[in-house]
Design a protein around this ligand. Sequence first.
Ligand code: GLY
Ligand code: MN
Ligand code: MN
Length: 405
Amino acid sequence: MKNQHRQQKLLNQLGAGALVIVATNLEQLRNGDVHYPFRPHSDFWYLTGFTEPEAVAVFSQEDYTIFLREKDQKREIWDGERLGVDAAPEILKVNQAYPIGALKTQLPQLIKNATTVYYDFKPCALDDTIMECLATTKTQSLGKYLHEMRLIKDDDEIALMQKSADISVETHQMAMQQAKPDLFEYEVGSIFDGNFRRYNAEHAYTPIVAGGKNGCVLHYIKNNQVLNDGDLLLIDAGCEVQGYAADITRTFPINGTFSNAQRQIYQIVLDAQLAAIAAIKPNEVITTPHKIASQIIQQGLINLGILAKNGDLKQFYMHGTGHWLGMDVHDVGRYQQGNQDRKYEVGMVTTVEPGIYIRKSDKINPKYWDIGIRIEDDVLITKGGNRVLTQGLAKEIDEIEGLMR
Ligand code: GLY
Ligand code: MN
Ligand code: MN
């Protein structure tokens, strides 16, 4: 079983006497009797494969225990079936299962013989109980080890990420073909809602559907404005398949044709993105893509008279060029190794997402005002260099204009 293989691999790094405790999320109230759709905690999901809320797994070289919700006929009529304590050993391959309510009494027994307990405190109601039980025990960070494992994706994980990339690519393409002046941002956004669900996928994060100047707001999620002829549309949207995310941004003209000013800025971002991707390969330091993208954007903006020679690039490019991608959109895994920037390794997945954002300013030619452009793809590091998981999606100017005709 995949999850137990991962447990074993983790335990092998932790040495004799190690005990791991990992908890999942609780359901969160949205309002009244209504809950948000439940999403398991990524660490717990990765190690157990179990997707019910309110559960804790405890495992060592010798033993695997799960605490989970009990069967409850009344609750199951309202909320659906639960695995329950009796069925858990067979289905989850645990040695024993207890009701989650027994955590406080049973956990001290399980901890008793451990040399070191590995656990990460997170804001979760189960924390208090676990913390009480751990009061006198030597505890270490689990994430320090687990997150390095999660950073390197195996073939099954890459297949799921390719699937979420493919669905997201297809949907961005639909959005490019259907967007037109006078639609509202949420109307284009609904293409993503519908097509993701059609594949039983979810949004991996709240999408950004930003027309015109809204594209300059980095975390714009209102998505409620009308799309104007002559403006650009920036869409940052990606789905999640069985817990694995895609993260894609495209920016294109709402009327299907880039203006000259938009074309100039777009080409700079595209050149920066392509050069940054080309640099990604095993053993390259992970800061290289940002350095390359920043240089190209800086020079491009200087050439157009938008940025002074000694000006601050951060006025127009104020975020990083990438982040780890996996079960979390901003995935776990360190960016540094000791004091040094780490290097890419086979099986890592990073986004590459340079952008330029030009707000109204007396110092800038008005033809460039309110242009916000980001281009984002998902890149797997391979033996030979890299593979762009989101390769299929148009990003050259001619390609985009052709697709929109
Ligand atoms: N969609 C979040 C990000 O691009 O980082
Ligand atoms: Mn991203
Ligand atoms: Mn994104």
